[in-house]
Design a protein around this ligand. Structure first.
Ligand code: PLP
Length: 449
């Protein structure tokens, strides 16, 4: 019988961890099957999928409607070139379904195969938009400190993962950063509401400093998971929208994580009452049944884009028919008012369960929930002279291992437990997730003495 973890270590490059570390822990965990909200690994061990993979499987695993749509599409047309004068019916149907789902506010789509490609294409389109309108100097893209936008050199440059960027750089130029709206730990040292949302003003100041004629776009997540589900104050997004319009800077919403119902609406920007100029989607677009991303342009951008502006190379797999069929079936499942209502209800239940079961426990820090995105901070132990304090990375690894042992899969990254169960999960799964976390925090307290 194949020893899958050992063979995986031998045969597959594992990014984001070290092969040596995995050899010590017997990893990686190799998933084999899944159903609903559960994953099963190659040894038969079953886990609650408390992160939907990585905020991907919004419709849950092995959903029969998606499986049937993909099978039918693969039988009908598995692949055809879908640009340079060609398209396919599955891509056209999905473009129609998707633009309908956002009420036509965004009315044209470019399909990619993932989040990095969507963000990068969105920003290339922003630059092309400006140059095609006679403003070729507008090139710089501004992002926020603490963000993650992808792994291509361009999107890595927009992200705040210096350890990775240094290793693979040099990064492209024409990038700048502003502060993140993390009220719990304000980078400007202010407190809400007296701060007058200085984090948004930092964007205006940065555009002024760089010169408005040089700035093409501002890219940000409505709520950033890499910044620990940092929910901005209500004034933030309207202020950012106004600043971008004032300076003719395109607002690009990275909804790779937050889109497709995760936050209780098809787009999280809708929850903040704003419209972006361009939206990047991926992850849950097919609920993970096939790799697919999309770039949506606002109808004002679509009409403002000169007809010959997009003569750039595209992707071989753009508009992949089987992925598009999966996405159309997925949107039929997820874009229903009762699913969005369910997210709001389960969000409240998850918040209550986490606060009830974890509040007051040793080493539990901040708890933040927005839709079915949640984060629980792991409070490090105080430093004791003469005793080594474990790093956030060490504690995160221990917690991840204990949660897996107890039958719950999620990620603990840099001292933050990330959560995001499938949107169709039963309500009481929220309590079960909180129970697993409570036991893991108890184990941590015991471990740290
Ligand atoms: N944008 C955000 C907000 C993400 O969280 C990610 C990935 O986690 C990406 C972009 C990149 O997506 P992908 O890994 O599909 O390239």
């Amino acid at each position: 019988m194949t020893d899958y973890p050992a063979t995986a270590r031998e045969r597959i490059w594992q990014f984001g961890t070290s092969h040596r570390k995995m050899a010590r822990t017997g990893g990686p965990v190799v998933f084999d099957t899944a159903d609903g909200c559960h994953l099963v690994d190659s040894t038969g061990r079953r886990y609650i999928d408390a992160l939907s993979g990585v905020w991907v499987v919004n419709a849950g695993h092995s959903h029969p409607d998606i499986v049937a749509a993909m099978t039918a599409q693969a039988t009908r047309l598995g692949y055809a070139l879908s640009e340079e004068g060609f398209a396919n019916t599955a891509a056209v149907d999905l473009a129609t379904r998707l633009t309908d789902a956002v009420d036509g506010v965004y009315d044209r789509v470019y399909f990619t195969t993932g989040g990095s490609e969507s963000v990068e294409m969105a920003l290339r389109m922003a630059r092309l938009y400006h140059s095609a309108r006679g403003k070729p100097g507008k090139r710089t893209v501004i992002s926020r400190q603490g963000s993650y936008h992808g792994t291509t050199l361009f999107t890595l440059g927009l992200s705040s993962y210096d350890i990775f960027s240094r290793a693979v750089g040099p990064l492209p130029d024409g990038l700048a950063k502003v502060v993140h709206p993390t009220c719990a730990d304000c980078p400007l040292g202010r407190s809400y509401p007296g701060c007058a949302v200085g984090c948004a003003q930092d964007l205006a100041d940065t555009i002024e400093r760089l010169g408005p004629d040089t700035v093409a776009a501002f890219v940000a997540e409505p709520v950033s998971t890499s910044a620990g589900v940092a929910v901005p104050p209500p004034e933030y997004w309207p202020a950012v929208r106004e600043i971008c319009s004032r300076y003719d800077v395109l607002l690009v919403a990275d909804e790779v994580v937050t889109g497709i119902g995760r936050c209780g609406d098809v787009l999280a920007t809708r929850r903040f009452g704003i419209e972006a100029d361009i939206v990047a989607l991926a992850k849950a677009l097919t609920s993970g049944y096939a790799p697919l991303g999309a770039v949506l342009t606002h109808r004002d951008i679509t009409t403002g884009m000169p007809a010959n502006a997009l003569l750039i190379p595209g992707f071989t797999f753009t508009g992949h028919p089987v992925a598009c069929a999966a996405a159309t079936a997925n949107l039929d499942i997820l874009c229903r008012p009762e699913v969005h209502d369910g997210v709001h209800r389960k969000s409240a239940r998850l918040a209550t369960a986490l606060r009830d079961r974890l509040g007051g426990r040793p080493h539990v820090g901040g708890i933040r929930v927005f839709g079915l995105l949640a984060a629980v901070d792991l409070e490090p132990p105080p430093t004791v002279p003469g005793r080594r304090t474990p790093s956030a990375a060490e504690l995160s690894q221990l917690m991840t291992g204990w949660l897996l042992e107890s039958g719950l899969y999620t990620r603990v990254v840099e001292g933050c437990v990330q959560l995001g169960p499938p949107l169709l999960a039963p309500d009481d799964l929220m309590d079960a997730i909180a129970d697993h976390l409570a036991s893991a925090f108890d184990r941590l307290a015991e471990h740290l003495g």
